[in-house]
Design a protein around this ligand. Structure first.
Ligand SMILES: CC(C)(COP(=O)(O)OP(=O)(O)OC[C@H]1O[C@@H](n2cnc3c(N)ncnc32)[C@H](O)[C@@H]1OP(=O)(O)O)[C@@H](O)C(=O)NCCC(=O)NCCS
Length: 370
């Protein structure tokens, strides 16, 4: 008698997103000391949009697969229509506009009571089988660890030599699968409100270098029509200019339409606060930053993209757009308690700006490759 079987949840399997959320609450609380889940509605919105990648959510369920189960698009049974206990999940995305060699964002979570029974490894094998079926030669998987645990005497170091992870179940599991640690990302936080005087001082210092050669515009919500191409260009820049360690990551293909698709997805369950820098003489885009507020969790907005175009570096634009955007956020979401951001450990320049604003290390994230 099998202890478990693996099924695919489709967007129509509504209950699966509530189960995923419950597991995320438990696992983020265990790993990071608090609920850092994205929320069931965000997952529903995410999995219902496959315009730029094929997204997978596989569930490990108790017992053997029913003999009459219908096979879905990955050759696995589809999840039943009514809720059942979920023992573990694997999520993944296969980009369809670029990075066609890649299966990315692989993340495995197993319910505590069901661990060390082979579920995590079985979910991994299914993800790899599906990757091969779709011609994906490389896989990137993630692990998450509280920064305090990193002072443990034993550590795992990435091939880049920058940062390290503790030896804990997540890293031991990844190593047992034969994965290698390609990069360590840092999650940092700034407690809100940032002192308004500090923000005003940083803004004035940066503006003295950047203005009037550059103009700064901010908005809340989806990207206005006239900036779609500019934001697309900044996303393209970000996809290759941020350090990618030992990961085989290629430039993303962005256009205005893709920005619309991204906005449509992220604004179904939240909103964003955006600041753009434009070169005044040419109208060229010079920098962009975005803070996303999940409506379910307005107390912890997330700093997503920040990029300054190579041709426009050295004018304090990074500091300027971040200071302006945090001022906008203070006006827009006064109930926010902290902002979270993620950076490659190698990204000295961005980390330097963040430190001046008051961001401090909170957790570390392993990017593992196979
Ligand atoms: C990491 C995690 C997914 C493992 O799931 P699991 O179902 O317990 O894993 P498996 O039973 O398939 O274990 C496979 C191998 O990984 C290693 N491993 C897993 N957990 C381990 C632990 N706590 N200590 C030491 N080795 C461990 C072992 O080599 C194990 O093989 P073995 O049991 O035959 O010795 C689970 O602990 C979890 O959900 N953790 C929180 C989320 C997380 O960290 N995800 C990161 C994935 S990279």
């Amino acid at each position: 008698m099998s202890l478990f079987h693996i099924v695919e949840a489709r967007p129509s399997t509504d209950w699966a997103y509530d189960s995923l959320h419950a597991l995320e609450v438990a696992v983020t609380t265990e790993l990071l000391g608090e609920d850092q889940s994205v929320g069931a509605d965000w997952s529903r919105a995410n999995y219902s949009s496959e315009v730029t990648s094929i997204k997978g959510l596989l569930l490990a369920l108790p017992g053997a697969a029913p003999s009459d189960a219908v096979a879905g698009r990955f050759g696995l049974p589809e999840a039943p229509a009514s809720p059942v206990e979920v023992l573990g999940v694997v999520e993944f995305a296969m980009p369809t506009r670029d990075n066609l060699h890649l299966m990315d964002d692989v993340y495995i979570q197993v319910a505590r009571k069901a661990r060390r029974t082979g579920i995590g490894a079985a979910l991994w094998r299914e993800a790899r089988r599906i990757a091969a079926q779709h011609g994906r030669s490389a896989t990137i998987a993630w692990s998450h660890h509280l920064a305090g645990a990193v002072s443990a005497p034993e550590r795992v170091e990435p091939s880049t030599g920058v940062g390290h992870l503790p030896v804990d179940p997540g890293s031991l599991f990844a190593q047992s699968l034969g994965l290698t640690l390609a990069q360590v990302e840092r999650e940092s936080r700034v407690v809100l409100p940032v002192d308004p005087e500090l923000l005003a001082t940083l803004r004035a210092e940066a503006a003295a270098r950047a203005l009037p050669a550059y103009e700064v515009v901010s908005w809340v919500g989806p990207t206005p029509e006239e900036h779609l191409e500019r934001v697309a260009e900044m996303n393209r820049t970000l996809s290759v200019d941020a350090p990618t360690g030992d990961l085989d990551w290629q430039e993303e293909s962005w256009d205005g339409e893709r920005v619309r698709v991204f906005d449509e997805m992220s604004h179904r369950t939240g909103h964003s606060v955006n600041t753009l820098a434009i070169h005044a003489a040419t109208g060229e885009v010079a920098g962009f930053t975005l803070i996303h507020v999940h409506h379910a969790y307005p107390h912890r907005p997330e700093q997503w993209n920040t990029a300054v175009a190579a041709a426009h570096r050295g004018h304090r634009l990074g500091l300027l757009i971040k200071a302006v955007n945090l001022q906008e956020l203070a006006a827009d979401t006064p109930q926010a308690r902290y902002v979270t951001t993620w950076n490659a450990g190698e990204n000295d320049h961005m980390l330097g700006i963040n430190t001046r604003i008051g961001f401090r290390l909170h957790s570390v994230h392993g990017a593992w490759k196979a």
